[in-house]
Write a protein that binds this ligand. Structure first.
Ligand code: UDP
Ligand code: MG
Length: 321
């Protein structure tokens, strides 16, 4: 019998976990494949860790990977992939926004021979208008300026066969990460499935506007080098404007005898310095990412694991494999 690994990222989800388990467990029990539940505890500071240990004690299909501290959702999903041993792997959230019922459809797709499945939101009940508009703008921008094509409304709900996941286990070990972007660009037989995101069952979203903005900027920088070339384009633009101003100055001098200098100089200086600082700032952003990648610090650090089989549970620190 084939097995599916279901990876669930958990960060301070004490209010949602029990409900997730109660609701999802019977759904998973009815699947045509065997399954394992890999909960990745991303350094929760509430009771989530203890709740997960309880799951692992009463349920031999539940496993837990406890990080040494919070490393972020991307790191949590990555660890889940690394620790999975199924023939197929699904990543999902712990707040029931990703309906467990979809896993049956994912298995059907696997059986039809698809290797990579992106789950696409048709409606996000909990996202406000602003989040929907900014998200659409983000995807439009990234699809315009980068070589990769990203599915708008794709989510951190996706599935891969072990074969496709092997690519992400050995490569794409970037520190500034965008896993769903990699998932959509490794090739293989690819398809999408639609789902309706329900509202979060309990607790609050862990993504603040600031975090989302940072994340979007980094993703654009990591998937495109167009911003880096902005320097050349603005140089050409400023050079061209300078030429026009020069012609105008010569004209004033020829017609009126006195060129009107001061205002022009102030405007031009402001304009040029603004351009310059923006370009320098963009280069700074890329250097910051380069620096992070160069330091090569681990994507995550595992404090301990539970229920991965006798002997394989790690009690000592295990940096990213
Ligand atoms: N999450 C995580 N680490 C973090 C932040 C979030 O593992 O640093 C988990 C969180 O517990 C949830 C999932 O990632 O299961 C998605 O987070 P959330 O629901 O807060 O994001 P949203 O659905 O609002 O985009
Ligand atoms: Mg959520």
């Amino acid at each position: 019998m084939k097995q599916i690994s279901i990876v669930i990222s958990v960060y301070n989800e004490e209010e949602a976990l029990e409900q997730f388990y109660q609701e999802a467990k019977p759904v998973f029990d009815a699947l045509s494949w065997d399954y394992e539940l890999i909960f990745v505890n991303d350094g929760s500071t509430d009771r989530s860790g203890r709740i997960l240990d309880e799951f692992t004690k009463r349920d031999n299909k539940a496993r837990a990977v406890h990080f040494s501290r919070n490393f972020g959702h991307e790191a949590a999903m990555t660890a889940g992939l690394d620790y999975s041993s199924g023939d197929g792997i699904v990543c999902m959230d712990a707040d029931l926004q990703h309906p467990p019922q979809c896993v049956a459809k994912i298995i059907e797709k696997f059986e039809e021979g698809y290797e990579v499945i992106s789950m696409v939101r048709t409606r996000n009940q909990s996202a406000g208008l602003v989040k929907n508009i900014t998200s659409a703008a983000f995807y439009r921008l990234i699809n315009t300026i980068s070589d990769v094509k990203l599915e708008p409304n794709a989510s951190d709900f996706f599935a891969l066969t072990a074969n496709a996941a092997a690519v992400l286990k050995s490569s794409y070990r970037e520190k500034v990460r965008f896993l769903r972007g990699y998932v959509q660009n490794i090739g293989f037989r690819y398809t999408t499935l639609e789902y309706e995101a329900s509202p979060r069952v309990a607790g609050e979203s862990k993504y603040s506007i600031r975090k989302l903005l940072r994340f979007s900027v980094n993703t654009i920088l990591c998937f495109s080098d167009l911003p880096l070339k902005l320097g050349i384009y603005s140089g050409i633009l400023v050079g061209f404007l300078g030429l026009l101003v020069m012609l105008e100055t010569v004209y004033e001098w020829a017609v009126k005898g006195t060129p009107n200098g001061y205002a022009t100089i102030v405007v031009l200086l402001c304009f040029m310095f603004a351009m310059l600082f923006i370009v320098v700032g963009i280069i700074g952003e890329y250097i910051s990412i380069l620096f992070t990648e160069l330091k090569d610090r681990p994507i995550y650090i595992v404090g301990r694991t539970e229920n991965f089989g006798s002997g394989s549970d790690k009690r000592v620190f295990d940096t990213e494999r």
